[in-house]
Design a binder for this molecule. Structure first.
Ligand SMILES: N[C@@H](CC(=O)c1ccccc1NC=O)C(=O)O
Length: 349
């Protein structure tokens, strides 16, 4: 292993690799640094990966330690940061799920890509005692895997530690677009629209502020996911699954769920964050009408709530179609959505 031990965290070197998308004929070469820990004595999910397009400049980085994000421009959105989904519990859905999107973003060889880097974060998961192949129950398994025992607000805490590492790599306010899929969308909106103190995380630094937030097939109103009206007829059969994984991720006391739900944030408080420059002015919400896991009502509720926020532009995107996982599995939809956001941001300049 070429990694070197340092201060209880690992330094990871840039290496040449390739990523694929089912929608592209050929693998796309990239320069990547994978699984960079963002906290001392990290568990196996407290890390992030960075992907760069393969260019003469980035080739020169291969074999050197990944310590900065090349191509950051102050105040210009040149970076995408992504948070994966998986119901806060699926160990098979990781930061690598952004790779098909990376392939689309960096497939135009010779042309300079509109963004300079894509970072993708892992975070500690919650228990998943009923996973068909990889079940984990803290009591039965005698706490052998802390990387699968998170309870809210640990997911937010991990994500903020990850953004703090990216800040030390050069990420600044306005220099990136933040995307999240499913529970990753929930985590992004939780972490950016409310300050750390909302979760009792006052000891953590606030995140660098993204230029825009993109929610993809996201979960935004947790109490509604366990009610008949919230789920609707099409998704009513998922009630017990939702109740199980939301209880594992947020605690069984459902009185704590509203404060953790982006669709229930106080619009006046979010407006104050926007006014002070501590939250983005643009939010794009993507929701596939054919999503078999997330009811479209989740997006409707968040659109309605965030439309009450003075100074915030809320746009319903139309790039996501097909099943719940299609956006990250195929990559092209997420990349189209990021490009839409870059265009919307340009219009505002
Ligand atoms: N394979 C996943 C399914 C899943 O991710 C999921 C299921 C229902 C509603 C939302 C989901 N994902 C959100 O992150 C699981 O069962 O953990």
């Amino acid at each position: 292993m070429s990694d070197t031990e340092q201060r209880g965290t690992r330094t990871v070197e840039w290496r040449l690799s390739a990523v694929t998308s089912p929608r592209l004929a050929d693998p796309v070469p990239v320069v990547t640094a994978e699984d960079i820990p963002y906290i001392t004595d990290a568990n196996r999910f407290q890390n992030l990966s960075v992907y760069l397009p393969w260019t003469p400049e980035t080739s020169a980085l291969v074999g050197t330690p990944a310590e900065s994000l090349p191509g950051v421009e102050p105040g210009r959105p040149r970076i995408q940061v992504h948070v994966h989904g998986g119901a806060w519990r699926d160990p098979r859905l990781t930061a690598r799920s952004i790779e098909p999107t990376v392939a689309h973003a960096f497939s135009g060889t010779g042309r300079s890509a509109p963004i300079a880097a894509i970072a993708s974060l892992n975070y500690t998961l919650s228990r998943f005692p009923t996973h068909p192949a990889l079940p984990y129950d803290p009591i039965k398994d005698n706490h052998t895997d802390p990387s699968r025992e998170a309870v809210h607000p640990q997911h937010v805490s991990d994500f903020l530690h990850g953004l703090a590492l990216l800040r030390s790599f050069g990420l600044t306010d306005g220099s990136y677009v933040l995307s999240g899929h499913s529970c990753g969308a929930c985590l992004s909106f939780q972490s950016i629209l409310r300050p750390p103190r909302h979760y009792g995380l006052d000891h953590l630094p606030a995140a660098p502020i993204p230029a825009a937030l993109i929610g993809l097939n996201g979960l935004y109103d947790l109490p509604e996911l366990v009610t008949a009206t919230g789920l609707g007829e099409s998704h009513a059969h998922l009630r017990d699954d939702y109740e199980m994984f939301l209880s594992n991720a947020f605690g069984a006391d459902q009185r704590a769920w509203p404060a953790a739900s982006p669709a229930r944030f106080d619009p006046a408080e979010v407006a104050e964050q926007v006014r002070e420059g501590n939250a983005p002015r643009l939010v794009v919400l993507e929701q596939s009408a054919e999503d078999q896991l997330v009811p479209t009502r989740q997006r409707e509720l968040l659109t309605a709530k965030l439309s009450e926020v003075d100074g915030l532009r809320v746009v319903e995107g139309n790039r996501c179609t097909g099943k719940h996982a299609a956006p990250w599995e195929q990559g092209d939809m997420i990349w189209e959505s990021v490009q839409d956001v870059l265009r919307l941001l340009q219009q505002e300049d």
